[in-house]
Write a protein that binds this ligand. Structure first.
Ligand SMILES: *Cc1c(COP(=O)(O)O)cnc(C)c1O
Length: 395
């Protein structure tokens, strides 16, 4: 068991913020005729798509489900390979394994900690030269809410013929080249998560946005057993008004009305949440300069959703800093253990060819950030951002 105090005084690394309006909106659904498959899920889908500037969106019971739906709709199957960043939550890769596809990793950029377009190009050119497998889908992950360099990746997708999915689980509200992440200007599908630590919450939930009607319809059908109910989409002729068709094997990944009601109400507070997160990030940025630790660089043209603030400290002191902070009741974390290091993904090669990701992992430490985190708590966190006593406070 962890030896840090899990008391009420514990400051978590992330937390939801639930308002009276949220509770009222959810309560209204509880008293309504529909707990699932009613009008609120489509309303949430429309509002979210409108907010990020996408034509369509398909809500699901989790972002993991949404990733699986996106990969399936893009035709991912055994024999295919998905390329992604090693620095993500395992779900990004797992959803590809659900389709029977293999997963390979592309190294990250040293300053943004996101998948590097330059390293992606190198790997593509190398594969082409040796006649190796090219990716069916490249999945970018906007780590901590910071958009990946999608423009360069879109360019590569045209040269090498792969699909693009953005795992934007951290990045609702983020902007890239003045457009909201989720607009799908640089990808086929974008996925957001509504887990309570993410930017807005539905308790559990996810959504996929796209501008492609066929992809949207296919994801919506796969979300509910592979069933189609729209006569336009039938392969055969309707027998009558009761008719529906199951065209391929789908799942039950539906979001329910209670979740969507919470999501709708939370979505209306997104700008407020973004503002609060940005203020906290600025505080950490100032402290980083004074105390001499490094945080993720935000390039021109990118506005992060600030889901996480990731500091990079001296790898030799990381464990000591982590232990000291946990002992002081500060819920620091590490995002993430590189996916290929997990035994399920680990081969003899493991982190070979991924030196930047390994370097990143050794010094990474996630500092608490969420709307509602107090100035007093921020002072306490940064004052304790140092190794256990006996060590020099150097980064
Ligand atoms: C949270 C997260 C997911 C999974 O989201 P769920 O809604 O919990 O399924 C996937 N990818 C990344 C990068 C995440 O942070």
């Amino acid at each position: 068991m962890p030896n840090w105090p899990l008391t009420r005084a514990f400051i978590p690394y992330g937390a939801q913020r639930i308002s009276k309006a949220d509770i009222e909106r959810v309560t209204r659904v509880m008293r309504s005729d529909f707990l699932t498959q009613g009008p609120v899920v489509p309303e949430f889908e429309r509002e979210l798509a409108a907010k990020v500037g996408a034509k369509y969106s398909v809500a699901a019971s989790s972002a993991t489900g949404s990733l699986h739906l996106a990969y399936m709709a893009l035709g991912l199957q055994p024999g295919h390979v998905v390329w992604t960043t090693p620095i993500s939550f395992v779900a990004t890769a797992n959803a590809a394994r659900y389709c029977g596809a293999d997963v390979e990793f592309v190294d990250i950029d040293e300053s943004t900690f996101n998948l590097s377009a330059a390293k992606l190009e190198q790997k593509l050119l190398h594969q082409k030269k040796i006649g190796g497998r090219l990716p069916h889908i490249v999945v970018t992950v906007h780590l901590a809410g910071l958009p990946t360099e999608q423009e360069a990746i879109l360019e590569l997708s045209r040269r090498f013929g792969f699909k693009i999915v953005e795992d934007a689980s951290h990045a609702l509200g983020a902007k890239y080249n003045k457009h909201y992440v989720g607009s799908c200007r640089y990808s086929d599908v974008t996925v957001f998560s509504f887990h309570p630590v993410k930017i807005i919450t539905t308790a559990e939930g996810g959504i996929a946005t796209t501008n492609d009607l066929d992809l949207a319809r296919r994801m919506a059908s796969l979300r509910s057993h592979g069933i189609r109910r729209n006569p336009d989409e039938f392969a055969s002729t309707s027998h009558g008004d009761w008719f529906y068709e199951m065209q391929e094997l789908g799942y039950n990944y539906r979001m329910n009305e209670i979740q969507a009601a919470l999501g709708l109400s939370q979505l209306r507070q997104l700008d407020k949440f973004m503002q609060a997160r940005s203020t906290i990030r600025e505080y950490y940025e100032q402290k980083a300069q004074v105390q001499g630790f490094r945080i993720q660089t935000q390039p021109e043209g990118s506005i992060s959703a600030n889901h996480l603030v990731i500091a990079h400290v001296n790898p030799e002191l990381r464990k000591s800093i982590f232990d000291n902070m946990r002992a002081k009741g500060i819920g620091v974390n590490v995002h993430y253990i590189p996916i290929p290091m997990h035994p399920y993904y680990g081969s003899d090669l493991k982190m070979e060819g991924l030196p930047a990701a390994l370097d990143y992992y050794r010094g990474a430490i996630t500092l608490p950030i969420y709307p509602g985190l107090k100035k007093r708590e921020l002072n306490y966190i940064t004052a304790n951002l140092r190794p256990l006593s006996g060590h020099q406070s150097v980064f």
